[in-house]
Design a protein around this ligand. Structure first.
Ligand code: GAP
Length: 513
């Protein structure tokens, strides 16, 4: 199965099993807007809990807030979003399709990277055990040729982005002979800037109405509350403010399912530090956040850092944590050193003094900020991509299983009476009653036990508990484990402790620094 086919299956699975639906589907959906279904919302809530606890509960010096989506319009002038929150767009005149010029070039560069990797893999097969990868990469004429081409295009691209040189972006697309995937032609328009913020009106009459924006990032809600939190919480530098909430961007090209949406959710943390210490904290947060991802156990090789080619208007250093999605390595989280840009600008635009009195230095200053910013939906997609697994069983049957870490799984236990009579359903209900205040538990009595197991595998339930006639005699049940499919007989009295131990976030938290 190709990665593309796998991704299509994953999207279909998300819909079939109540994880994600197209928004307002009965009206044919709305571009790049999605709804989370009964299983999706549980997984999403668990992702948010993993993030919130690891930030707020496990750090004495990080507190949380929940700011409004609507903010005073001056906020977005101060933050630079009105002037500079743009994407460069380009249209193909034949297909009439619109693309992000930077994404077209990034995809072209990724193809050259793939070519290099293919050459290396071919050589690895050819030379077998004697293969010296480093030497091959340094000496193979073919690899050198592609690498040089890649580096040259990359250098031009980074310079064009940093200089906002739209004509040069178009020229790179032409020089690299990038074609439209729909029409197959190189008939491109010029590159133009496109502001990504959605606007609406606040006020009852059109004349008195103010144009306000739907926030394109949650971070500004934190910056405008910096003084409130610092003062009321008597916070000392360094300290952080965390927030989870919706953000909105009028993405030009909304592709790849929930990877790029127009309404999405962010989990952001702004860490306020002494000026001059920001690089040390940036490095610290890079490592902390990478450890958070890797603790889920999806394979360290599937994550990498990717430094930004173009720094945002507020940043002096920025990197992404990328995950190896079925469509390649793509960013899930950004770690940005935002300097004193945001607080400084809010100070200037609001006329309010936004400073910190540092008792050690005996001076006032505007703190510097290191931000960690991750999309809940992208994290969701990362987990689903990593967890989705099609398996052939020993008996020739096939199963689809979601190997979601137990603490994140939407449902922890499914309780199943072997038959719908003889008092087994009643016994199953008793077990559910003993678990349901602390865990998400499902009841299923329909179809054969085998079919019921498959249904739970498909939504990632780690444990299935079967109640049979022996249960009535000795108060034991069969517990079937999702990943190994092993079964064991345990006393009902031990069930709560087993589920608690196996599905708690505790083990995950212990792995974090
Ligand atoms: N406050 C900084 C900021 O917003 P960003 O790199 O633009 O930085 C941070 O966004 C994260 O938000 C991304 O790494 C991604 O996970 C998520 N994100 C951004 N745009 C998104 C979109 N259109 N759809 C889904 N997630 C998005």
């Amino acid at each position: 199965m190709t990665q593309e086919e796998l991704f299509k299956k994953l999207i279909a699975h998300c819909k079939e099993y109540g994880f994600i639906f197209p928004s307002s589907e009965i009206y044919d959906g709305l571009g790049a807007v999605y709804d989370y279904g009964q299983n999706g919302v549980e997984l999403k809530n668990n992702i948010k809990r993993y993030w919130w606890d690891s930030m707020v509960k496990l750090h004495e010096n990080i507190v949380g807030i929940d700011a409004a989506i609507f903010m005073h319009p001056r906020t977005w002038e101060a933050s630079g979003h009105v002037a500079a929150f743009n994407d460069p767009l380009i249209d193909n005149k034949d297909s009439k399709k619109r693309y992000r010029a930077d994404v077209l070039i990034e995809d072209y560069l990724a193809k050259l990277d793939e070519k290099i990797e293919k050459e290396v893999e071919k050589a690895r097969k050819r030379f077998g055990e004697a293969f010296d990868e480093e030497q091959y990469r340094a000496t193979s004429p073919r690899v050198k040729e592609i690498s040089e081409k890649r580096d040259a295009v990359h250098a031009r691209f980074a310079e064009a982005l940093n200089n906002n040189d739209l004509a040069e972006l178009k020229q790179i697309i032409l020089d690299c002979e990038v074609v439209c995937p729909i029409s197959g032609t190189r008939n491109w328009t010029d590159v133009r800037q496109f502001n990504l913020m959605f606007s609406t009106q606040m006020g009852s009459t059109a004349e008195g109405a103010n144009t306000i924006y739907l926030r394109p990032e949650t971070a500004q809600g934190i910056f405008v509350n910096y003084l409130n939190v610092q003062k009321t919480g008597r916070m000392k530098l360094p300290f952080g403010i965390a927030q989870i909430g919706k953000a909105f961007r009028n993405e030009i090209v909304a592709r790849q399912f929930i990877f790029r949406m127009r309404e999405f959710e962010q989990m952001e943390m702004q860490f306020f530090v002494q000026p001059g210490t920001e690089m040390q904290w940036w490095n610290e947060w890079k490592n902390t956040r990478m450890a958070w991802h890797r603790a889920l156990g999806f394979g360290d090789e599937n994550y990498r850092f990717h430094d930004h080619d173009k720094l945002a208007h507020y940043a002096n250093a920025a990197t992404d944590i990328e995950y190896n999605f079925p469509f390649g390595f793509k960013d899930v989280e950004g770690i940005h050193s935002r300097t004193d840009f945001d607080l400084g600008r809010h100070q200037e635009y609001s006329g309010k003094k936004i400073q910190y009195f540092d008792p050690e230095r005996g001076e006032n200053y505007v703190p510097y900020v290191v931000e960690t910013s991750i999309g809940v939906d992208r994290m969701f997609l990362q987990i689903m991509s990593a967890a989705y697994c099609e398996e052939k069983l020993e008996n020739g049957e096939e199963r689809v299983v979601l190997r979601i870490p137990a603490c994140l799984a939407p449902t922890k236990v499914a309780v199943m009476p072997l038959v719908k009579k003889d008092g087994l359903p009643e016994k199953a209900r008793e077990i559910i009653d003993s678990l349901k205040f602390d865990f998400n538990v499902a009841y299923d009595e329909k179809d054969s036990i085998g079919k019921r197991y498959r249904r739970q595998d498909a939504v990632g339930t780690p444990f299935c508990v079967t109640v049979d006639h022996q249960t009535l005699e000795d108060n034991t049940v069969t517990v079937r484990h999702r990943d190994s499919m092993q079964q064991e007989r345990i006393a009902i009295a031990d069930l709560y402790a087993m589920v608690e131990r196996e599905t708690s976030f505790r083990e995950l938290y212990k792995k974090l620094k």
